[in-house]
Design a binder for this molecule. Structure first.
Ligand code: ATP
Length: 312
């Protein structure tokens, strides 16, 4: 199948108060992939997901889910996606088993075709099947939300910040289940603040900031962008203002910054330079180096660089 799982083109949203939450966003999510949607708070991630789920109306552009246009073929589009919302909303008087049965009823799934216990088992809530929802822990409630989103067996599962407030062990279990679903062919879209999670789980990562798509790459390429290395040198005497520009400009350096009276932070590309070369270049200017620290850039640096660069 060549058609995208989700296709978004020129999608825009301006809220009633005039806030532009999405600004001409275009991208596809491929069938079968795990796609990460990353961005700082208020970037527009939830708005995008809420448009797909039909909870927010778009101001412009188009979106289709599993080939179904969200305006023209709303029912099929909705049936093709399961959404785990960011906020936990529950009827406290239903048990997990009843909650899933109610959702199955809403989707018109016949009793014989329902998978209530199978889903509860998958999210490790089998033993809580008949407990009141209000007695579940935060992590359990979140896992129940995942089960609810999968009741109608959609080909796409969207998780909006699914691990916020979930402890490490439960997070691990949740990801194992998500991975199992993906292995079984379910396309996964997730938003997360945990870059490490995105790095480990996602095939591709999109970064949005201020409502605009600023990067979309294979995860490995995104990580490749973290080729920068940082070396911080403490020198034997104060560095004058003028020497910042004149003395430390060097073709091998991406950036040289004075971060303290005697401390110089130099960023370089691992493909073009090494720490030894950086230190020699500084020593050539007549400084003694009294201390050195180095640090590898990671996905977080890439993310910060991208979001900072476009923030201006
Ligand atoms: N109903 C609304 N009315 C007006 N403005 C809104 C509404 N919902 C969201 N916004 C604004 O739109 C922008 C995008 O919000 P959105 O919730 O989509 O971001 P987000 O990336 O999901 O952030 P977070 O990670 O904090 O959930 C923000 O500036 C937000 O304040």
């Amino acid at each position: 199948m060549t058609e995208a799982a989700i296709s978004i083109s020129n999608l825009s949203k301006t809220y009633a108060g005039g806030k532009k939450a999405l600004d001409d966003v275009t991208f596809d999510v491929k069938r079968g992939e795990i796609f990460g949607l990353l961005g700082p708070n208020g970037a527009g991630k939830s708005t995008l997901i809420n448009i797909l789920s039909g909870m927010v109306s778009k101001s412009g552009g188009k979106a289709s889910i599993w080939g179904f246009d969200i305006d023209q073929d709303h029912r099929n589009a909705k049936a093709s996606i399961g959404i785990v919302p960011q906020e936990i909303m529950f009827d406290p008087f239903f048990t997990p088993s009843e909650s899933l049965e109610v959702v199955a009823g809403l989707y018109g799934i016949k009793k014989a075709d329902r998978r209530t216990m199978e889903l509860l088992r998958a999210v490790h809530l089998e033993d809580k099947a008949h407990a009141y929802s209000r007695t579940l822990s935060g992590g359990m409630k979140r896992r129940l939300l995942v089960a609810k989103a999968m009741v109608h067996s959609p080909p796409i599962l969207v998780l909006d910040e699914p691990t916020a407030g979930v402890d490490i062990e439960l997070r691990q279990q949740l990801w194992e289940y998500v991975q199992q679903l993906n292995n079984a062919g379910v396309t996964i879209v997730l938003t997360t603040h945990y870059l490490e999670e995105a790095e480990n789980l996602c095939d591709r990562i999109a970064i949005i900031n201020h409502g605009k798509l600023i990067a979309l790459k294979d995860t490995s390429e995104m990580v490749e962008m973290a080729r920068e290395k940082l070396v911080e040198l403490t020198l034997d005497r104060d560095i004058s203002e003028e020497s910042k520009v004149v003395t430390f400009a060097h073709e091998e350096f991406e950036k040289a910054e004075i971060v303290g009276p005697r401390t110089l932070a130099i960023t370089y590309n691992k493909d073009k330079a090494n720490a030894g070369g950086v230190m020699r270049a500084v020593q050539k200017q007549g400084f003694e180096i009294v201390d050195v620290t180095t640090r590898e850039a990671d996905l977080e640096d890439v993310f910060l660089n991208l979001t900072r660069a476009k923030a201006a």
